[in-house]
Design a protein around this ligand. Structure first.
Ligand code: PMP
Length: 407
């Protein structure tokens, strides 16, 4: 189905403004997407009508807030096709979800000499928690190499797997280059070697249908704010038997069954991992973002984003001095590039002056930038509300900017 993009844009109040005297073109969607009115209204409605603490209240507001909060869990279960709602844990975001696995699975199952495999494409949030864990446990961190196009070298990955590999933690879609990793094959090989697999789904979950049962991943982490939802809210999916086998993350209220000074028993999953008063409003509002995505249809969103990516890649490639970074065969709507002779930061500043928001720098993937022998890139990333006309604006500005150094 072809989407009515102009109608969709009407739902996003933030898009209708001028920046530096020009209509805003927002192309920083891989960093965070904008929020439709339904999500913003849900936040206001919650605080105006329903605000109360959840799960233990014996009054109507608490009951209502609890129901809305748990409704989101049910929606997320469907969104990633988990088997049970208990397998959906609320966190602050992808970063916290990964740290949760490092602190719990890592504490219990990773020991001296054990190995963890990540890839060259990782975001810092899927590198640093494992470095901290390896340092603490005397474990070894191994890294899957990539080719110059920004794709994982699968044969090299298979060679890294040993009987000591306990966990493979890889990004599903690269935020810096847009590469889609062959995660199904990675999961199959890792499982054959006896290792568990965590997928960093921060970028994939917004672009295409994720089916955790079909993928057969053990953990899947993502953030609401990249799927038109609020910041400060994320998800960790985990298989029931694993979530039950690993210790709690943080201690406090909600995550207990019974506390005495001698001994505490823990609540069942998912509450075992949700200590303290959670981010109730943002969880409730995220449900509206999921409804927005479901109503449009992920396959329709993807089709529109792919069209934008192809159009932008073809058009910008005609500019003298334009150097695409990351040319994987399988990729989503991220266009990373350099302009010959110019620092990415300067390009970003000039685009901003033209009302165009992109991201510049290392995109929290410094080791990847080192591998590519660059300091950073300019990254334009597209979303459902972006248009061909906006790509034309990007093209016109880049053409002018590139001319300064590429006569
Ligand atoms: N992994 C990837 C691939 C990302 O793009 C991001 C966000 N840039 C993260 C992890 C971290 O997500 P968050 O900051 O929402 O925790």
């Amino acid at each position: 189905m072809r989407l009515d993009i102009q109608h969709i844009r009407e739902l996003f109040p933030i898009l209708h403004q001028e920046v530096n005297g020009k209509p805003l073109v927002y192309l920083d969607n891989a960093a965070t997407t904008q929020k439709p009115k339904q999500v913003i209204d849900a936040l206001v409605n919650y605080y105006e009508l329903d605000n109360s603490n959840i799960h233990r209240g014996a009054h109507t507001l608490a009951d209502r807030a609890t129901r809305y909060y748990e409704n989101t869990r049910t929606s997320i279960k469907a969104f990633v096709n988990a088997l049970e709602t208990e397998e959906i844990i609320f966190t602050k975001g992808t970063t916290e979800s990964i740290n949760l696995v490092a602190a719990t699975f890592g504490r219990k199952f990773i020991g001296k000499g054990d190995e963890i495999i990540i890839s060259t494409l990782e975001h810092h949030s899927n590198i640093v928690p494992w470095q901290l864990l390896c340092e603490e446990k005397g474990a070894v961190l191994k890294v899957i190499p990539i080719n110059d196009e920004g794709e994982i070298i699968f044969e090299a990955f298979e060679k890294l797997l040993t009987e000591k590999t306990k966990l493979v933690s890889v990004v599903h879609v690269s935020n810096a280059l847009g590469t889609i990793n062959p995660v199904k094959a990675i999961i199959e090989s890792a499982h054959k070697a006896g290792a568990k697999v965590l997928l960093d789904g921060a970028q994939s979950s917004s672009h295409f249908k994720v089916d955790v049962q079909e993928l057969n991943c053990d953990f899947f982490a993502f953030s609401a704010h990249k799927i038109y939802g609020p910041t400060g809210m994320g998800v960790l999916y985990g298989k029931r038997e694993l979530l039950e086998a690993i210790p709690p993350f943080q201690g406090g209220g909600e995550m207990i069954k019974e506390v005495t000074f001698e001994k505490t028993t823990f609540n069942d999953i998912p509450f075992k991992f949700e200590a303290g008063t959670p981010n109730i409003a943002d969880v409730i509002a995220f449900d509206k973002a999921l409804t927005f995505v479901n109503e449009l249809g992920k396959e329709n969103i993807l089709m529109h984003e792919d069209t934008l990516l192809e159009y932008a890649t073809d058009k910008l490639s005609t500019i003298k001095g334009f150097i695409p970074i990351g040319t994987a065969k399988e990729k989503v709507s991220v266009l990373s590039f350099l302009i010959n002779g110019m620092h990415p930061f300067d390009v970003g500043m000039m685009l901003d002056a033209a009302g165009i928001a992109v991201r510049t720098g290392h995109h929290c993937t410094q080791p990847l930038m080192n591998r590519l022998n660059i300091e950073g890139t300019v990254r334009a990333s597209f979303s459902v509300y972006n248009t061909m006309e906006e790509i034309d604006r990007l093209y016109d500005s880049i053409r002018k900017i590139a001319k300064l150094k590429n006569k």
